[in-house]
Design a protein around this ligand. Structure first.
Ligand code: ADP
Ligand code: MG
Length: 134
């Protein structure tokens, strides 16, 4: 059993698909541990996306991720870190497999609706960043 950090990005919150996305994880049998609406500050964006700060797309990514509230969550389940990456699909919605969240709801490489930690180590780091009491 592991925990991971999943976040519905500003485009997902604005389009009112939080419930639908939560259902996809519940239907897989995963358990919602914690959730909250957060507006990401510039400082939190820099920390969360620390590996991306020098990328050419980072200014656009930062503007997008701070543009409105996100819905931050902790989920638990068997192999959830790997499995939730499969459920959300590839970064670019145009490349994401049919039936994945990003294929169904993503707009482009930046506005891809949802984040999910890519490793156990990053899951721990991101959970601590957003839910310091956990
Ligand atoms: P993922 O979210 O699939 O783990 P990355 O860690 O590579 O993807 O990138 C983090 C986020 O940065 C992406 O989800 C997306 O919002 C944005 N992003 C990544 N690559 C690009 C790009 N080439 N152009 C615009 N935005 C990007
Ligand atoms: Mg990533």
């Amino acid at each position: 059993m592991a925990n991971t950090f999943i976040m519905i990005k500003p485009d997902g919150v604005k389009r009112a698909i939080i419930g639908e996305l939560i259902s996809r994880f519940e239907e897989k049998g995963y358990r919602l541990i914690a959730a909250k609406m957060v507006t990401i500050t510039n400082e939190l964006a820099d920390q969360h996306y620390q590996e991306h700060r020098n990328k050419e797309y980072y200014p656009g990514l930062k503007e997008y991720i701070t543009s409105g509230p996100v819905f931050a969550m902790v989920w638990a389940g068997e192999d959830i870190v790997e499995q939730s990456r499969i459920l959300i699909g590839a970064t670019d919605p145009a490349q994401a497999k049919v039936g994945t969240i990003r294929a169904d709801f993503g707009t482009d490489k930046r506005r891809n609706v949802i984040h999910s930690s890519d490793s156990l180590e990053n899951a721990r780091r991101e959970i601590n960043l957003f839910f310091s009491a956990l």
